[in-house]
Design a protein around this ligand. Structure first.
Ligand SMILES: Nc1nc2c(ncn2[C@@H]2O[C@H](COP(=O)(O)OP(=O)(O)OP(=O)(O)O)[C@@H](O)[C@H]2O)c(=O)[nH]1
Ligand SMILES: [Mg+2]
Length: 329
């Protein structure tokens, strides 16, 4: 295609080709449309994408097609480095979190219960993409089965509480109790370190919205008073303040590394890293690129902190965050 597509676009296109359900196809096509370079030469590609998107949407709306009969709004195709469910009591600022850092069309209202179904959105931080999922509010002991499943599948859970509410402390306790009641206990550690007797536990952290309405001291006090060791990050959804720290905390919690791959001999710009669990090896990276690739790799060269430039390593070498890797067949 003569439109100078970015590696991100190519990844989305690969995802489209591998998509099985209509929902997955639609998700990939919408991402392709978002990522396709917008200029004269790509007009045909853009209109093709729009045509395919509209055809899929029509099919879904008419109830035709396999996916239309099995669509579960709580089953959201994972995308980016991790899926992070944003949960909390009514009106605590869940949708505002997505509105602040993603392009998702979420409903932000001053009244409670405005969100009725989950909505995903991509949060781009540095060169990492987190998939946030806005969810309907928790209340009482009843939690939709679909939401429980979504929480159990999520890479991490972000609890929203409202700093400006006189009940902010109570909001933390109640939310964590509701989640624990569904055996979705939250831990301030990555999934790999969650105790074996809490198999459904998830890595969790707390976003304290309305940070603009209170001082930093009040958020720190809230953290001290709350009976939890989860990290608390104050955020102001109206300006985006605090979200950088939230992203860093989330990144550490997810226990991931980003690795850049380079074709041997090419010294191109490094973008669109692969995200892998801490402890991943050259072999794991190869497998993430293609199932059959590990068998073909003879060695790799790595550039990164604490390495000699272009250091030759074996396939079993453990990778570090921000390593640049050339795979040699
Ligand atoms: N000043 C200020 N207002 C905020 C902030 N976050 C949310 N709000 C406001 O709080 C209200 C509720 O926000 P929503 O994002 O709709 O809350 P929600 O948790 O999604 O609500 P439900 O979906 O109904 O549970 C809206 O009026 C927002 O504008 C913030 O950080 N600062
Ligand atoms: Mg909402």
């Amino acid at each position: 295609m003569a439109v100078n597509a970015t590696p991100e676009y190519e990844k989305a296109e690969a995802r489209y080709r591998q998509a099985v359900t209509d929902a997955e196809k639609l998700d990939a096509l919408e991402e392709m449309l978002r990522l396709v370079p917008k200029h004269k030469a790509s007009e045909k590609v853009q209109s093709d994408l729009k045509r395919k998107i509209s055809a899929l949407k029509k099919e879904q709306a008419s109830g035709k097609g396999a996916a239309a009969t099995v669509v579960d709004p709580y089953t959201i195709v994972r995308s980016g480095a991790a899926q992070v469910a944003v949960v909390g009591l009514p009106n605590t600022g869940k949708s505002s979190i997505l509105a602040a850092v993603t392009e998702a069309k979420v409903k932000v209202e001053s009244y409670p219960y405005s969100t009725t179904l989950p909505v995903p959105g991509m949060w781009e931080w540095q060169d990492v993409r987190f998939q946030l999922v806005d969810t309907p509010p928790l209340s009482g002991e009843h939690v939709e089965a679909g939401l429980v499943n979504l929480l159990r599948r999520a890479g991490a859970i972000l609890v929203a509480v409202d700093a400006s509410s006189p009940e902010s402390l109570d909001q933390i306790d109640r939310t964590l109790a509701i989640l624990a009641g569904k055996r979705a206990d939250l831990f301030n550690c990555p999934a790999v370190q969650i105790p074996a007797d809490a198999p459904l536990g998830r890595p969790g952290l707390i976003a304290v919205t309305h940070a603009d309405a209170v001082g930093d001291g009040e958020i720190a006090t809230l953290g001290e008073l709350a009976g939890t060791d989860l990290a608390l990050c104050g955020v102001d959804c109206t300006t985006g303040a605090g979200f950088d720290r939230l992203a860093e905390t989330l990144w550490r919690l997810l226990h991931l590394i980003r690795v850049y791959t380079r074709i041997p001999g090419h010294k191109g710009e490094l973008t669109d890293p692969f995200t892998l669990p801490v402890g991943s090896t050259v072999d794991d990276l190869a497998r993430a690129i293609h199932r059959d690739l590990p068998d073909k790799i003879k060695f790799a060269r790595i550039w990164g902190t604490g390495r000699h430039d272009g250091q030759q390593v074996h396939r079993t070498e453990v990778l570090a965050d921000r390593d640049i890797v050339e795979l040699h067949e």
